[in-house]
Design a protein around this ligand. Sequence first.
Ligand SMILES: *Cc1c(COP(=O)(O)O)cnc(C)c1O
Length: 402
Amino acid sequence: MNTSLIYLDYAATTPVDPQVAELMARHLTREGTFANPASRSHMAGWMAEQAVEGARRQVSDLIGADPREIVWTSGATEADNLALTGFMRANRARGRHLITSSIEHKAVLDTASMLEQEGFEVTRLAPPSDGGIDPEKLREALRPDTVLISLMAVNNELGSISDINALGRIAREHGAAFHVDAAQAAGKIELDMSEQPIDMLSLSGHKVYGPKGIGALYVRRGTRIEALIHGGGHERGMRSGTLATHQIVGMGQAFALAADSLDEDRQHVSALRQRFLAGLQECEGVHINGEGGTSVPNILNLGFDGVDGEALLMALRDVAVSTGSACNSASVDPSYVLTEIGLPRERALASLRFSFGRFTTAEEIDQAGQSLHQALVSLRQARQNRPSFDVPTEQAHARQQD
Ligand SMILES: *Cc1c(COP(=O)(O)O)cnc(C)c1O
């Protein structure tokens, strides 16, 4: 990577931890554990199977599950698809109603829309301004035919944490299953399936210093789902296809590291967040989007008065950040998450997501803060010098402060 680029987009993806990369490399080549883990007729196959099962234990350990409840997938997107579609199809005789929220990841939202095309019914809960889903709103949305509730633990754009236990208890009381997208939660907040009222949990390797293209769905014993991918009956019939040994051992190692360093990682990014915010104190017209509830420290979504988001992104060329979700960065529509929590279009367009991680340094934070400060000053000056006709008062105020 360009060494002068400061990478503050850890919520989009993380670099693979060197220990993880090294282990993966040992599961690819002829000298390594490359065999098909489903090969039962020779030693090489057994060794690959052992590697896969070791990783399964590492992943299940981080979330307090039984290894037999882990189904390998190609990522959290596939895990979300399998949870929603697999569950709704398998349980259609019991009910057709699914409840989710309007700020879920597209992997959930687009799957829910597809299910509507199939004849299922979907309610999308609106979030409060802090992004944490209100358990009372969930209770109000329940119907006799509600069979599944799917809500994320940590929002990928805001970092907001929902009260998963309260939401899950409501699902339990109602007899509905509860799916949680935990792609941004694993390695960031404690998860314990032995205690929490969660039936299915989506996980991704590459948000936790593991490789891209691997994830898992935790499926609590007794939860009935239909497979989406057929052929060979791997993963107890829930997901066929030759297991990607190197990806799987990579995710396992990454999750083991996450378990060991959860507190350390959290302290590190909390300090960076405070440092970054302290450095921005002299900047006027900076807002934390989704503030007010509980949130993870590694994601900071900031809105800026008196600038255009695209122009700010251009001016911040030495800092890799995201305008809303990385998945929408090709479109000029504001982030749906920001508009759903009630931000006006203008403000949503003038917002950036900064996300920190294990390898982020204090120097990078200081440099990014300086770049941001300079960009804000020069963009606001450029605006001021432009013959203006229609400057909203809020922006005019911010301009004067500079
Ligand atoms: C990244 C992410 C996904 C998708 O995960 P992939 O492994 O990239 O498919 C799903 N949900 C959330 C909340 C995410 O942050």
